[in-house]
Design a protein around this ligand. Sequence first.
Ligand code: NAD
Length: 358
Amino acid sequence: MSNRVIAVLPGDGIGEEVTAQAVRVIEKLNAAFDSSFACQHAPVGGTAYDLHGTPLPEETLSTAREADAILLGAVGGPKWESAPRELRPERALLGLRSEMSLFSNLRPAILFPELADASTLKPEVVSGLDIMIVRELTGGIYFGGPRGIEEVDGQRRGFNTMEYTESEIQRIAHSAFKAAMQRDKKLCSVDKANVLEVSELWREVVTKIGSEYPEVELSHMYVDNACMQLVRAPKQFDVILTTNMFGDILSDAASMLTGSIGMLPSASLDSNGKGMYEPVHGSAPDIAGQGIANPLASILSVAMLLRYTFNENELGDKVESAVKRVLANGVRTADIANEGETVASTSEMGQAVLDELS
Ligand code: NAD
């Protein structure tokens, strides 16, 4: 089988530390299951800025373009906060997303039963939580025009435009229905169709696309109600499909239900299944360099990469089951440990996953 290429962009701070463990997992898959994934490393973010004067060097972009999938760590840190806005590490993420049309953002919020105490909600409300938010990432009010601040009748007026074309809604809807087909086949589309025309169109188009996926049970919910339901009874959801802005808000709320940012992976996909996979967390400058970061979000990002780019569901299952067993065995990094529990380092946690991957 020819090599399947993964561009590995570790980035800054704990990005490097957690990605190193995820790469060990990929290497273990090659060795133990005869897979043939080739990793090509390239600098991104502040690290790339220091080396090449830009957070997204042309060479990194072409490595990413030529690969089948991208595994990213995290970017940013105080060292680069005074860099000009267009050269800040975070610009690399926007550059990668737009250069590769990564319009579909998949953010699971999973709470492993072993970690139910980590949530601020009652364990019975969140234990076993497993939902997936599919957020449109390159359109909507964050990109719509006209936008600006103008002077009208002696006072300033700020304005933005929330807009979606039918084709933008169609492609994100397909992405969400496909995700639902891989899961429990329930999709809830979140909008504000009682107030916004753009949401009316959204609802109409999503419903129409739904007829192509008869196995998926489709429902619609207003965004205000979705916020309430997410904290009241989050386990009622399987896949949530929503716009850029609503998804921004809902996915952060959902991730906090789990109480442990070091556990959450994400994917940003184009229409051909190519994707960028990364932990939800940032570069965590407060703990960078100490070897104590939780690598599981990055390792679970590898599981998503296996599923969504390579259709390797069995390998994805193996990685996720290994993580579950490690947690069941009581291995904990500092962020998920209870008081008095032994704390594993980043590499010890990585090793524990490798040991369960035979
Ligand atoms: P952060 O996610 O880096 O950290 C928030 C808190 O969570 C910190 O206390 C950190 O120690 C902890 N934490 C995060 N990941 C952890 C892990 N794997 N294990 C253990 N603890 C973990 O968010 P922040 O502090 O707001 O941002 C730091 C930098 O990261 C900023 O420069 C920001 O712009 C950048 N950032 C980058 C991304 C990205 O690359 N996708 C996302 C968010 C923030």
